[in-house]
Design a protein. Structure first.
Length: 242
């Protein structure tokens, strides 16, 4: 596998996103994106705690990696809540989190919030995760189209995230993939402004993952993204490569 990542503050004064990749020869590749919320330094704290918890709790993967991944989300949630209770300035902070564990023929994804994971296979690009957001719920119920949701004034209202409730449930997905398939994990600073057609067009033109990260970032920035922009790309090359 090959992978690359990027996280930029964009037009924001500071970067509240965190990206994460870890490859250990003993275990599968793990990648994640977290988007912090809360204002001032609180968003940065929430996303950092979430990624640190994910890193810690996935260091020993067992025969049920999906359970390890969910436990990591639960632990991240508990740690963000605890930090907010101990520091008044952190109260109300939270974070989205999307993470995946990659194997040669499949990957396991967990997510909470509206950071996304996409699978690109040939000429097809599809969103694997589902946004936990107000407008996505309206789309699911047939009250909004996807395009209407993109421009809705409440599109950034999150219905589920790390740090807001002591009990919550991340979504978990098992997905098959093939050699040459590409996975994109990203914060909403990217996918709020770029359509799947926009992203697929860039992906089909560029094979180098570092360059592709920069191209996707530049396209989102140029299209007017007002948020931090973060992404991780992982390509299945039939083996494991750094």
């Amino acid at each position: 596998m090959r992978y690359s990542s990027l996280s930029e503050k964009g037009r924001r004064p500071n970067n509240e996103d965190e990206v994460f990749t870890r490859f250990d020869p003993r275990y599968p590749l793990i990648a994640a994106v977290s988007d912090g919320m809360g204002g001032h330094a609180a968003g940065e704290v929430a996303s950092r705690i979430s990624i640190e918890a994910l890193d810690m709790w996935t260091r020993e993967l067992c025969d049920a990696p999906q359970n390890v991944l969910v436990d990591a989300f639960f632990n991240a949630n508990a740690q963000v809540i605890s930090a907010a209770e101990q520091e008044k300035k952190y109260r109300g902070m939270g974070a989205t989190l999307v993470a995946a564990i990659f194997y040669h023929d499949h990957f396991i994804t967990a997510n909470i919030g509206d950071s996304r994971l996409y699978l690109v296979s040939g000429n097809d690009m599809r969103q694997v995760t589902f946004d936990h957001s107000y407008v996505q719920e309206l789309v699911r119920r047939g009250f909004l189209t996807a395009e209407e949701a993109r421009n809705h004034p409440r599109k950034n209202v999150i219905t589920r995230c790390i740090g807001t409730e002591s009990s919550f449930e991340p979504d978990v997905f098992y997905t098959r993939w093939n050699p040459k398939d590409l996975v994109l994990l990203c914060s909403d600073g990217l996918c709020d402004v770029l359509t799947e057609a926009d992203m697929l067009s860039l992906i089909q033109r560029e094979t180098d993952l570092d360059t592709l990260c920069r191209s996707l970032y530049a396209a989102a920035y140029e299209k007017g993204s007002s948020d931090n922009i973060s992404l991780v790309l992982v390509r299945n090359e039939g083996g494991v490569e750094l």
